[in-house]
Design a binder for this molecule. Structure first.
Ligand code: C2O
Ligand code: CU
Length: 422
């Protein structure tokens, strides 16, 4: 519904029976019965108000990932919605076009809740993006990719062990998508609770990266692969005109385990279509950050008795770990102190995420960042032994915000901390 000041939505969290694997019904947690939840499209500068009603039997709480949102509406881990209760979230959308997502964030159960189905896409759009000749409408498609383990009776089983061999795209196992022989814009979300994906087309073909977590890049980059840690996004344009009608191409996960099917989804080219879209050489103005005046170091490590740690601590929602003044630009050096183990070892990775402020990746082990790490980011992979430097400006709102590992079994296990902006 629209009124003069904001777009309003009512969302009910409830269980639903869905067909993840053909012929098998699974009971999942949903927003409005959809798995994943409804895609919300927001206009820059126009507020969105969402009333969330919890008809589940667990505590929930909703965070708009990538959103610049006042602390009271940010979905703080302890700011939860009890079963039977509801609350309103207000999102100002004073930010550039970007592929955001909303997902559960209830203290120490966010991984269980997200895995059970509580996530959805939230696309902010703006006039600058709309002025570009990119594919739009039915040719602009969000793909939310995650892993799962579905038992033979349909149970969506949450195991912290990495035994989750089913790859789901928009809630279906390894779907087949009928496309026209033309360009498509694909907004790719890694919504897994901890698994990184290394996405490529099986024929090795190139495609164009146009944006990352926080919006469009300044200019497009041709790539053959997308390495996305848990929580990362990539905005790409793929030209299916290279295939004849009747042809098909499979998107694969080059990081699949040897025991797993590497296929993610298949694109079948079923018809021709006119195509006036193109990828312009200049996409957006990504402004440079001011000079940083504060530097901080964060060490991520796991301790099998104490939990997953940031600088030696497990998360305490009542503790302020760092404090900064509104408007401060900072450089954070983040190190994964865990040694790499034998595969499957993605539980030894970390995926570092900040609320409120998005960041630029300055370097990884002293080297320039990969294409998927260009532009405005809010998640960055930190594999064992790596040191990554990021820079951000803490602007917009004062209050307490969390930063954490987006491998949600880790954040559930304490790998989260608080920055207070004063
Ligand atoms: Cu995507 Cu604190 O979360
Ligand atoms: Cu982690």
């Amino acid at each position: 519904a629209r009124d003069s000041r904001c777009d309003r939505y009512d969302i009910t969290m409830r269980t639903a029976r869905v067909e993840i694997i053909p012929g098998l019904l699974s009971t999942v947690n949903t927003y409005n019965g959809l798995f994943p939840g409804p895609t919300i499209v927001a206009q820059r500068g126009r507020a969105v108000r969402i009333r969330q009603t919890n008809e589940l039997s667990v505590l929930t709480g909703v965070h708009l990932h990538g959103g610049k949102v006042p602390a009271a509406h940010d979905g703080h881990p302890t700011d939860t919605i009890a079963p039977g209760a509801s609350r309103v979230y207000d999102y100002p959308n004073n930010q550039s076009a970007a592929p955001l997502w909303y997902h559960d964030h209830a203290h120490m159960i966010e991984g269980d809740n997200v895995y059970s189905g509580l996530s959805g896409a939230y696309l902010v759009t703006d006039q600058q993006e709309q002025s570009l000749p990119l594919p739009h409408g039915r040719y602009d498609v969000p793909l939310q990719i995650r892993d799962a383990r579905v038992l033979s009776d349909g149970t969506l089983y949450y195991t912290r062990a990495q035994d989750r061999p089913h790859v789901l795209v928009n809630g279906k196992e390894r779907p087949r998508f009928e496309v026209a022989a033309r360009r498509y814009r694909l907004r790719i979300f890694n919504t897994s609770v901890d698994r990184p994906f290394d996405l490529r087309f099986a024929d090795g073909s190139e495609f164009v990266l146009i944006g990352t977590d926080g919006g469009l890049l300044s200019e497009p980059v041709r790539v053959q692969s997308l390495l996305l840690g848990a929580g990362e996004r990539a905005d790409v344009v793929v030209d299916f005109a290279r295939y004849a009608v009747g042809g098909s191409v499979v998107l694969v996960n080059a990081a699949a385990l040897a025991t797993e099917n590497a296929d993610v989804m298949r694109f079948d080219v079923v018809c021709t279509a006119s195509d006036s879209s193109k990828v312009p050489g200049k996409l957006a103005a990504v402004p440079p950050l001011p000079k940083a005046t504060v530097e901080r170091n964060f060490v991520l490590a796991q301790d099998w008795t104490r939990g997953a740690l940031i600088n030696g601590n497990v998360y305490d929602p009542n503790r302020v770990d760092v404090q900064t003044r509104l408007g401060t630009t900072e450089i954070w050096t983040i190190t994964n102190a865990d040694p790499a183990g034998p595969p499957p070892n993605f539980h030894l990775n970390h995926s570092f995420h900040t609320h409120l402020a998005d960041f630029r990746v300055l370097d990884r082990n002293g080297k320039p960042p990969a294409p998927t790490e260009l532009g405005c980011k809010d998640v960055v992979r930190i594999p064992p032994g790596d040191t990554v430097r990021i820079a951000m400006t803490w602007s917009g709102y004062t209050g307490r915000f969390v930063f954490h590992c987006h491998q949600l079994p880790h954040s559930e296990w304490g790998q989260m901390a608080t920055i207070e902006v004063v």
